[in-house]
Design a protein around this ligand. Structure first.
Ligand SMILES: Nc1ncnc2c1ncn2[C@@H]1O[C@H](COP(=O)(O)OP(=O)(O)OP(=O)(O)O)[C@@H](O)[C@H]1O
Ligand SMILES: [Mg+2]
Length: 230
């Protein structure tokens, strides 16, 4: 496939630090194992380091590394902001306006180069991009399938159900969700999981355990069941 019908999955999370990047890595690995040419995309990244090559964001570098097609950094992350805060604030501070056309052009470029694109959002569903637009507005415009990463901790049920409600209200396709164990021990983990399974309308497509020794070579694709995607 090499055109606009290239499937795109958008990864949102119950919150910042829910595990979107880990889940995106897991999905990139799982799709790569099926011999798909898969590209990771982090259209807007805040919280970046200045390097000899310019600003670099660790999420975007991880997605670049785990993509099965070779991509330049700017192809993975066209909008790089230094300040580790909401994109709309960093954008104002750094005088770099966030334009939805730029996000869309970058996605179209990746669609030409791959069979599947995995897009990581920033923060949660309603992250502001500028004074008048949220990240969700761009997703609604693009109509990718959406995967929700639930960071399994106290409060996650409320955040997951609110996000589901927002996805349904937006009319986007909620394809699946991933339970990600962000904490080493959580005595109520099984109860959270059962409540989420009962109340989320999309299938659970993966369960990522707490991985204390997580590094760039950790095999994460094994935790995803692509056949469950709706
Ligand atoms: N299953 C896990 N086991 C161990 N550590 C984890 C796990 N999931 C996430 N973490 C750690 O929690 C932090 C947040 O995870 P991650 O970067 O994937 O979240 P995110 O939703 O992408 O965050 P952001 O909103 O900053 O993009 C990272 O330091 C990551 O290594
Ligand atoms: Mg991330």
């Amino acid at each position: 496939m090499n055109n606009n019908s290239t499937p795109v999955w958008f990864i949102t999370g119950t919150d910042t630090d829910a595990g979107k990047t880990i889940a995106a890595r897991a999905l990139l690995q799982a799709f790569s194992a099926t011999h798909c040419r898969v590209a990771g995309y982090k259209p807007v990244a805040s919280g970046s380091q200045l390097t000899a090559e310019g600003l670099r964001n660790s999420d975007a570098l991880a997605l670049q590394y785990h993509s099965s097609v070779k991509l330049a950094y700017q192809e993975v992350n066209p909008l790089t902001l230094q300040e580790p805060t909401s994109p709309h604030i960093a954008s104002q501070l750094e005088h770099k306006p966030i334009k939805m056309e730029v996000l869309s052009a970058g996605l179209n470029q990746l669609k030409q180069k791959s069979d599947i694109v995995i897009v990581e959002g920033a923060g949660g569903w309603f992250t502001p991009l500028n004074e008048s637009q949220f990240f969700s507005d761009w997703v609604i415009q693009q109509q990718p399938d959406v995967i929700l990463v639930v960071g399994m901790k106290l409060g996650c049920i409320n955040h997951a159900l609110l996000t589901q409600q927002a996805l349904l209200n937006a009319g986007v396709h909620f394809s699946g969700w991933i339970a990600n164990a962000v904490q080493p021990q959580n005595q109520h983990y099984d109860d959270y999981l059962a409540t989420l399974r009962k109340n989320l309308t999309a299938p659970m497509i993966g369960e990522i355990p707490y991985l204390p020794d997580l590094c760039s070579s950790t095999a994460l694709g094994q935790y995803i069941d692509l056949l469950r995607l709706k």
